[in-house]
Design a binder for this molecule. Structure first.
Ligand code: ADP
Ligand code: ADP
Length: 232
């Protein structure tokens, strides 16, 4: 089990009022799953993803990542656990604009204390996995949106985390390029990585193997995706 939530909820206090972003809910994510969290804007997707990725904590309940009860961790320990177990992919790529593709991908390894030549070797391996090894000396601004997202995916996998969290990874891309990014996520999943993808798009979500649908802070369904029909 890569992640397990036990009766977690999230309440934000705004002066005298409170907003329940997530009503009490329990779920687990097995190793090797490709899960989509689907819901409209404001439904609580980011709240849920931030808890799964240890960027935030539930107000109530327990969250376990790789068997570790994260409620007992200090902020520093949570950050260490996050760096070790989770790779993030965002809608807007979040690459450093003045750094080359190679340096961007090396960055998590720098934080992990990996030395120069090993860093480069692993960054190139990750860039090869996303078919971008011919672009290592480019700046992000010299790449297409799809290539920038592939760079971000290389950065997410370079430390070999068991879990990839992708927040609207196709949201800034045209349909064809978005499809290519989804294919890449599927390939990473087939290679054994657990993927959790947040999206508001039903068609995108249906490329996953399981969909948790969320509405107004409540999980309204949690179902396997029916196998895709053969092309006619
Ligand atoms: P989504 O990612 O699906 O758009 P969010 O998880 O961002 O939804 O938000 C769920 C609800 O929680 C919304 O009503 C939002 O306004 C509220 N919310 C999110 N973050 C905060 C915050 N930091 N303070 C107060 N309310 C918040
Ligand atoms: P390691 O240092 O464990 O030998 P590599 O140097 O082969 O790993 O790869 C560096 C990073 O790129 C690792 O996170 C690895 O998982 C990833 N990677 C390399 N090749 C592939 C591939 N074909 N598919 C997916 N990920 C890959």
């Amino acid at each position: 089990m890569i992640a397990e939530a036990r009766e977690i909820s999230k309440v934000y206090s705004l002066g005298s009022t409170t907003v329940t972003a997530l009503h009490p809910t329990s779920f687990s994510i097995a190793s090797g799953e490709f899960l989509a969290i689907l819901g409209p804007s404001g439904s609580g997707k980011s709240t849920l993803m931030n808890i799964i990725g240890l960027l935030d904590r539930p107000s109530v309940g327990q969250f376990y990542l790789n068997g570790v009860n994260c409620g007992g961790l200090s902020d520093d320990q949570a950050a260490q656990t996050r760096n070790r177990f989770v790779g993030f992919v965002f809608q807007a790529y979040h690459l450093l604009p003045r750094q080359t593709v190679l340096k961007n991908v090396e960055l998590p390894l720098m934080y992990a204390g990996v030395t120069g030549s090993e860093r480069k070797r692993r960054a190139i391996a990750a860039l090869t996995a996303v078919k971008l090894s011919h672009r290592i000396d480019h700046l992000p601004s010299q790449l297409s949106g799809g290539e920038q997202q592939r760079t971000a995916i290389a950065r997410a996998i370079v430390t070999d985390p068991p879990l990839i969290l992708a927040d609207e990874p196709t949201g800034a891309l045209d349909t064809t390029t978005g499809w290519e990014i989804l294919q890449l996520l599927m390939a990473l999943n087939q290679a054994g990585r657990t993927i959790v993808m947040v999206t508001h798009d039903v068609q995108i979500a249906q490329q996953a193997r399981r969909i948790i649908s969320i509405r107004d802070g409540r999980i309204i369904s949690d179902q396997p995706v029916t196998p895709r029909q053969a092309e006619t």
